[in-house]
Design a protein around this ligand. Sequence first.
Ligand code: ATP
Ligand code: NI
Length: 307
Amino acid sequence: MKNMLEISDLSVSFPGPNGKIPAVRNLSLSLAPGECLAIVGESGCGKSVVAQAVLRLLPPGTEVLGRISYQGQDLLHLSENEMDHIRGQEIGMVFQSPERALNPVMKIGKQLISPQVMHGLCSEKDAELRAKGVLQSLGLDADRVMSSYPWMCSGGMCQRIVFAAVSLLHPNLVIADEPTKGLDAANVTDLEAMLSTVTAGKSTGLLLITHDMDVASRLSNRIAVMYCGMIVEEGETKSVLSSPKHPYTRGLLGSLPKNGFVPIPGISPALSDLPNGCVFHPRCVFADETCRTEIPDLIDGVRCRRC
Ligand SMILES: Nc1ncnc2c1ncn2[C@@H]1O[C@H](COP(=O)(O)OP(=O)(O)OP(=O)(O)O)[C@@H](O)[C@H]1O
Ligand code: NI
């Protein structure tokens, strides 16, 4: 099926005291309708920056190069007004800290009704009915929630309310950035069930950003592993997790408690001081002279000369 999202050769740099800080480098990804692509990798590897680049939420002064094509339109060249239409209605967002995604001084009812009316989807009366219907389907007491403020609700409830707000606008693409962070096990299970409904209709795509391999393994069809702003391995979730090829992917999986808790030696380099050659070579037991000088291409989903 034709891709709904195609990110080609994306590079994002932030201004730093001693020049540009490269947070994302030459990243290409695609997502088809009905598909869930997970981006995984350690904290600071650039996962959220990719999401923010797609939604054009990066601060002024950030250098964004490459192309981000959504349904054939290059998002990097749309006006702010055009992006306002895309955000929410075309591309829904579920971020970590749902409490912060909701306005603390506005009743939840209004927060669920206004966007539907604003995007011209339906009348206020219908918007209220739809909101109540979605809240009920998510197991919430709709009347009570609609007349509550976000701070009156638990974290798990807020994440459901954010999900309701997203799904009421029927987006074609949902971007979820660490949606399970800070939730207890029961709420993680609930949220996973909600997220799996996003792609169930086969027309909506889900870009899932997480550092939780278990969540990624349960929800995604494909997985992209990032390290220091680059994709080091990409492929079908099942095959990447059962037979990881890149030494970093293998290290990441080996460092999980269920796989023996073996840490990857060394630490991630600072983005302002990235090594030459393969960005992983200082931590890689297989590194040879060429790894120290040449950045390997991503070939058959793996960016490593040894694989
Ligand atoms: N607005 C900004 N200005 C400067 N640097 C930034 C900005 N936003 C992100 N960064 C840097 O870009 C790098 C990638 O950050 P990003 O938030 O994408 O990481 P991440 O993979 O999402 O990590 P986490 O799992 O902790 O959310 C980090 O080094 C971060 O400090
Ligand atoms: Ni992040």
